[in-house]
Design a binder for this molecule. Sequence first.
Ligand SMILES: [Zn+2]
Length: 418
Amino acid sequence: MSGLLLHGGMGPDGRRLDLRTDPATGVIAAAAPALDARPDDEAIDCTGLVLLPAPAEPHAHLDKALSSEVVANETGDLPGAVRAWHAHWPTLTEDDIAARARRAAEELIAHGTTAIRSHVDVGPGIGLTAVRPVVALRDELRAQGLADLQVVALVSNPQTPQEEAPLRRLRAEAMELGCDVVGGCPHLHHDPIACTRDAFAYAESIGRPIDLHTDETLNPEALYLPELVRLVAESGFAHGATASHCCSLGVQSAAIQAEVARACAAAGVAVVTLPQTNLFLQSRGIVTAPPRGLTAVRALLDAGAVVAAGADNVRDPFNGVGRSDALETASLLIVAAHLSPAEAWHAVSNGARRAMGLPEVTLRAGAPAEVLAVRGLSLADAIARGSEHRVVVHAGRCVSRTEVASSLLPLIPVPVLS
Ligand SMILES: [Zn+2]
């Protein structure tokens, strides 16, 4: 059996770890401090690299990504981003979306992300123009063996009662075209509870997962997450329920945070925190001690809820920066949510995979062979450096390699800087 041998690297704990992956089955065939190369192994020297469970991106917007140079957010906040993007809808073409989505996906893969969930706009002003290219990209990435992509139909909110029926039809067409997950944005709806119930009832009726933009606001009155949790708990919904953002939970009292977090854990509702976009969009105009805008990450972890983290928007009107890199998201979680490096990495890897309904990855024989090897002396060191020097394994195959060489004058090789 030919395999891929990653040798000479270290596990997250800094101890020597070799892995042999099997491209035929997509699992880790062997894991040990030292494995002997077989004649037909493809061997990759991982000296100086830390081997980690590959990250997953639980919340991307591939249809919007990499558009910030042409779409300006004049006010810098969420309403400004929505206005700018909706004004841009009429000029969007499927070719433009396909090209940017592919580039954004390639950036994620090169950084080690082997599973991606992307929300995609569906609405009267854009129809299914964004759905078709992103669904096609999902099929392309699968056929090329590069990554798993899940597509969420992010349905607009009706601006008038007359828009309600056409929007429901568009949502159904988006799912028939190949979207995997039912999305929506209740906190921007004129009736957030009704919007949550409608999206949930639809997901339940077609047996698909639900992933809502929930409470992306620091208004403490806008706390609609408990309604989604109640619906899931009372119905026994088993298709996968995810709440993204949940910023307003972060501005509640400790007692309310703990209560909602316990309910999330009990119902199995995963919460996705998106530190970079929250830091970019939230707290605009608050001059003194602006909140960080993140959800109650610590309370959710303490309650045992599934906590995932992602990059969200990347270089678009909703976030002007971003590297499409889970190491960047993990670093932000350490700084802005005060997580440990291990907690942060879990949120961007196995926490994200659980939120996406994917099996967890361990660096042991029998586990899915989804691995990122990145320059560093330990997990904490790798997150702090964010080196581009990486090896990425998806389904047992090496799908991306980036090599960086640094020198200090007079040209003495300094591998630790790479
Ligand atoms: Zn989003």
